[in-house]
Structure formats: structure tokens, C-alpha cells
Design a protein. Structure first.
Length: 192
């Protein structure tokens, strides 16, 4: 039976790498994965899933207004899709997470979503909120803080490296703007 998976972590934990490994795995068995990533995350150029380890693959883009059930139904009717892989799934809307559950329940295609659980303020992203609520399987991917503990929080830094407490939820960036840390060091960084 097809299921929906949410692979979540802080930044720099290997989410994109794991997605690209899954894609390779499907392809080497002669199957056809459909890969999507957020249009707003253009760090490596548009329409590509890219991991820090150097792997890359082309991807379809999702915008907040896209109906992913309609889009995937159409793609599946043209060429059979064996699984759906979504990177940066924290940027999905509530409606899109619902549409992806329809892909699982009506089209019987497994959907594997990869993304952040929480933002730099420790708040859930909308996509993550509904994936945590509706996914069949929740899988935590781990990265480590400078102290050796599991890093489950992310600090956003200013130009001088100081932790920022407030701001827009979405600000695209990489290791230059964000650092994954454990909860203890997250609190210490914000307390200054
Ligand atoms: N050259 C490298 N060789 C092996 N691992 C690397 C290399 N460069 C980065 N990494 C590791 O890759 C991981 C980040 O992978 P990535 O898929 O980009 O993460 P995420 O999508 O979760 O932000 C980190 O654990 C980092 O240490
Ligand atoms: C914590 C946090 C992150 N983002 C952005 C920054 C990146 O563009 C992505 C996450 O990238 P990953 O390495 O693939 O995990 O999300 C953001 O907009 N707001 C935040 O609070
Ligand atoms: Zn720590």
C-alpha cells in the first residue's frame, strides 16, 4: 500500500542527499520518480535538487498556487510515475499537503517529502505542520551541533554571525546564513 513519508531535520543533515539516493535507487530498478522542489529556493538555480555533497538532479518546481494532485494526475496519465519525491517540503501549503495525500490515496503512488521541521524562531513551517499531522511515516534525519548533541534547531545569523530572533519566516540561504544546533545552544545563542 502506498504511503506518505515525511523525512525531517534541521539544515545540513543530508535531506537532499537522501532524496537523490532514493531517486537513483528507483531509476536503477527501471522505475520513474517524479521530483519536485520549491520554486522560491533558487540557491542552486531553478529546477534542480542539489546536495552539499555535490549530487544534483533536475526537478519540477512547485509554487504556492499549484494543484499538485492535478499536476501529478496529468503527469501519471502521460507516463507512469512510481514515486513522488518533494524537496523543501516545509514550503508546501496546507492545501498542497492535502493534495499529496490524494496522490497516495487515489493514485496509489508513494510520496516522500523532505524538509525542515521548524524555522529559525522555533516555529513550525506550514508544510511541516500538516505533514507531521497527516503523513503515515515520520522519519528524523540527524545532524550534529558543535557540542556533539543532535542538532534539532536552526539559528539564522546576521552578517557578524549574531543569532537573529525575529524576521520573515522565509529567507533563502545556506551555511552562510544558517547554523544547525542543539536546543541548549540555540537558547544560549538567542540569549546572547
Ligand atoms: N564533500 C562532502 N563529502 C561528504 N559529505 C559532505 C560533503 N559536503 C557536505 N557533506 C555533508 O552533507 C550533508 C548535507 O547534505 P544536504 O543533502 O545538502 O543537506 P540538507 O538537504 O539536509 O540541508 C552534511 O552532513 C555535510 O556534512
Ligand atoms: C531555518 C530556515 C531556513 N529557511 C530556508 C533556508 C534554505 O533556503 C531552506 C532550507 O535548506 P536545506 O539546507 O535544504 O534544509 O530553508 C528559511 O527560509 N527560514 C528558516 O527559518
Ligand atoms: Zn550544542
Amino acid at each position: 500500500m502506498a504511503q506518505m513519508y515525511f523525512y525531517y531535520s534541521a539544515m545540513n543533515a543530508g535531506k537532499s542527499t537522501t532524496l537523490l539516493q532514493s531517486s537513483f535507487n528507483y531509476r536503477e530498478r527501471g522505475m520513474n520518480p517524479a521530483i519536485f522542489t520549491a520554486a522560491i529556493d533558487d540557491r542552486y538555480g531553478k529546477g534542480v535538487v542539489s546536495s552539499r555533497i555535490g549530487l544534483q538532479e533536475e526537478a519540477e518546481l512547485f509554487n504556492v498556487d499549484d494543484d499538485l494532485f492535478q499536476c501529478l494526475s496529468q503527469m501519471h496519465a502521460e507516463t507512469k510515475i512510481d514515486c513522488v519525491l518533494i524537496d523543501e517540503c516545509q514550503f508546501l501549503t496546507k492545501a498542497q499537503v492535502y493534495q499529496l495525500t490524494e496522490v497516495v490515496d487515489k493514485l496509489h503512488i508513494p510520496v516522500l517529502c523532505y524538509g525542515l521541521r521548524s524555522d529559525f524562531r522555533g516555529e513550525l513551517f506550514d508544510g511541516s505542520r500538516y505533514l507531521l499531522a497527516w503523513a503515515d511515516k515520520l522519519v528524523e534525519l540527524k545532524t550534529i551541533c558543535h557540542c556533539g548533541r543532535k542538532a534539532n534547531m536552526v539559528i539564522r545569523q546576521d552578517e557578524s554571525g549574531k543569532a537573529i530572533a525575529d524576521g520573515d519566516q522565509v529567507e533563502i540561504g545556506g551555511n552562510d546564513r544558517y547554523v544547525s544546533v542543539c536546543r541548549k545552544h540555540y537558547k544560549e545563542a538567542l540569549e546572547g
